[in-house]
Write a protein that binds this ligand. Structure first.
Ligand SMILES: C[S@@+](CC[C@H](N)C(=O)[O-])C[C@H]1O[C@@H](n2cnc3c(N)ncnc32)[C@H](O)[C@@H]1O
Length: 228
């Protein structure tokens, strides 16, 4: 693991309890106002039977998928978050790192009609994960990626270009102990990563909160063609 990937992993172990609290208390405004509903409705539109949630955290999205009759499998690299997910149920959960998934994607649980990455592709090198997702998708299956909209993350001193940033979790409640590096990606960069993975982009949604000037998230839907 690179130093940055190691720091991302460490932050999710250190901040697991605070993260669980933030999710359960609805402390992240953009999630409550628009992005949770956006990803759940995308899942309802495209998923047929069996979904894989990559970087599932404490499992809320697997539980939402289970509620609408889907079989949900989630994996995450944080032991504390997987323990919480198992406690709350709703899916089959596994402690698995992205490196291990990328090395053998089928160990996550076989083949899926839908793979979801909800705010979980945080590092610079996302291609191994996207290729892993492509590998476990049935032909015609869909990948749903929701991520911070780059326009909502460009401050006055930032350039609109790929690069490492730092999340300090301010505004997400208390108890966050460790900052997290994350890799800012432009929309063009997300689209080229998807293309390089062999998947075909079918939709680009930009959920927006009505009182805000910029979209909260970027939600990409890509399809696995039958010939990869
Ligand atoms: C912002 S949280 C999102 C959690 C969940 N998808 C949600 O929407 O609430 C990012 C998740 O990605 C996981 N993650 C990040 N990098 C990882 C890696 N290299 N291996 C395994 N999990 C990783 C973290 O442990 C964390 O649970």
């Amino acid at each position: 693991l690179s130093d940055k990937e190691q720091s991302i992993h460490a932050s999710w172990e250190d901040n697991a309890a605070a993260w669980v609290e933030a999710i359960h208390q609805g402390r992240i405004e953009s999630r409550v106002q628009v992005t949770n509903a956006a990803v759940v409705s995308a899942v309802r539109e495209v998923a047929r039977a069996r979904v894989l949630d990559i970087g599932c955290g404490e499992g809320w999205l697997c539980r939402a998928a289970a509620k609408v009759g889907l079989a949900a499998v989630g994996f995450d690299g944080s032991a504390a978050l997987i323990a919480e997910a198992e406690k709350l149920g709703g899916g089959e959960y596994q402690l698995l790192s992205y490196d291990d998934f990328a090395a053998d994607p089928f160990r996550a649980g076989g083949v899926f009609d839908t793979v979801i990455c909800n705010y979980s592709l945080l590092g610079e090198d996302v291609l191994p994960m996207l290729r892993g997702a492509a590998a476990v998708l049935e032909p015609g299956g869909r990948l749903i990626v929701q991520t911070l909209h780059p326009l909502s993350a460009v401050g006055a001193d930032d350039r609109y270009e790929d690069g490492w940033r730092v999340e300090d979790f301010s505004g997400m409640g208390s108890g966050f102990k460790t900052h997290m590096p994350w890799y800012f990606r432009t929309i063009g960069s997300w689209i080229s990563q998807i293309r390089l993975s062999g998947l075909q982009l079918v939709e680009c949604r930009e959920p927006i909160i009505s009182e805000r000037p910029m979209p909260a998230s970027l939600l990409l839907i890509a399809a696995r063609p039958s010939d990869i």
